[in-house]
Design a protein around this ligand. Structure first.
Ligand code: NDP
Length: 332
């Protein structure tokens, strides 16, 4: 099996030299185990945090071990009745072309006609659920409210914009980092207003379009975007703090909001969340997202890099904004 391992803890931006590719001989299966050929593996911003040796809500990656993370593949050998050969499985063993181990570490999922299995790593998986939980159960979006979503063209952001609209938001504003992405936000993902944060300060741009203000802010970026949202919020607004990617590769302090007073004067609620504590919402989410996908009410896009050996490239492209929708590695 070809596997990618972290060998140094990056300072600032990771480089290829922080990783190595190894060939690993897989042992014969023991009882109740499976061998899986991966079809897609996931690269995600949270992985940057796990490359640091700091305690967080998930432990750091272990140096010299294979990178873990979401993956979807097919069982090719099995000693477990629950996981017959040919089943599609989702697991968390990450950056390798083949995975094997106890069947309990692999979740069998059904193949949905017309939906690629890669969707289980995005719109029907972690990033889709994150968008749903953040909007509905952290920010408590109500029909008729106006919403601002940063990182709007990414995996979480494209899902969040569409979910907000389907759940009755009156106006959905998004921000992203290029003219192409901004066009997609309007034309494909149903955003009412789309802002390119690279062309002018996001705070000025948001205040220019926010009208009488935003009720809900879904934060994927932090820093200047959180500051912009605080300036534009209406009384009683809520913000779901999902990510702060503006600072993930920075060695300097990211400028923070200078207007936290708005939290007091406008009676705002800013709540952070990590999806791991909210996975019980999966059935509720799946019951809505399945029909939305089938009817075409929700579209989902992927940016796919070919070859497990290009996993590091895929991760770096993700952090630089080289993706629309979910960034994935196609293994085979
Ligand atoms: P995305 O698909 O959104 O990819 C990351 C995007 O971040 C890039 O495409 C890039 O888009 C944008 N970006 C990078 N640097 C900056 C910057 N300095 N300022 C503004 N935007 C930037 O990734 P995901 O959808 O997987 O994740 C989105 C966010 O959600 C991340 O912050 C992640 O950590 C968080 N997250 C949190 C979870 C939780 O449980 N709390 C679970 C899952 C994700 P652009 O071209 O627009 O700059």
């Amino acid at each position: 099996s070809t596997q990618i391992q972290l060998i140094n803890r990056p300072v600032g931006w990771p480089t290829q030299d922080d990783f190595r590719t190894v060939a690993v001989e897989l042992p014969d299966l023991a009882g109740d185990q499976v061998r899986v050929v991966n079809e897609f593996t996931s690269v995600d911003p949270y992985m940057r945090g796990r490359m640091n040796d700091v305690k967080s809500y998930i432990p750091p990656f272990v140096l010299g071990e294979t990178m873990t993370g979401g993956a979807v593949g097919r069982v090719v050998e099995s000693t477990a009745d629950t996981h017959p050969v040919g089943s599609v499985v989702v697991h968390d063993l990450g950056w390798r072309d083949m995975a094997q181990g106890d069947a309990s570490a692999f979740r069998v999922v059904k193949e949905i006609p017309g939906v690629p299995v890669s969707a289980y790593l995005g719109i029907l998986g972690m990033t889709g659920l994150t968008a749903y939980v953040g909007l509905m159960h952290i920010a408590h979006l109500k029909p008729g409210e106006s919403v601002f979503i940063s990182g709007a063209a990414g995996a979480v952001g494209t899902a969040a914009g569409q979910i907000a609209r389907l759940e009755g938001a009156s106006r959905v504003i998004g921000s992203a980092g290029s003219a192409e992405k901004v066009a997609l936000l309007s034309d494909r993902y149903g955003y009412d207003v789309a802002l390119d944060y690279k062309t002018a300060p996001i705070r000025e741009q948001l205040l220019g379009v926010a009208g009488d203000g935003i009720d809900v802010y879904f934060d994927n970026v932090g820093g200047d975007h959180l500051e912009a949202a605080l300036a534009a919020m209406r009384n009683g607004g809520r913000a779901a703090l999902c990510g702060a990617i503006a600072g993930y590769n920075s060695t300097e302090r990211v400028p923070g909001p200078d207007n936290m007073m708005n939290i007091i004067s406008r009676g705002l609620t800013l709540q952070g969340f990590t999806l791991g504590n909210y996975t019980h919402f999966f059935p509720e989410f799946a019951a809505k997202m399945g029909p939305w996908l089938a009817s075409g009410d929700v579209v989902h896009d992927e940016t796919v890099v070919d070859g497990i050996e290009n996993s590091v490239d895929a991760f770096l492209q993700l952090m630089r904004g080289g993706n629309v929708g979910k960034m994935l590695v196609k293994v085979a």
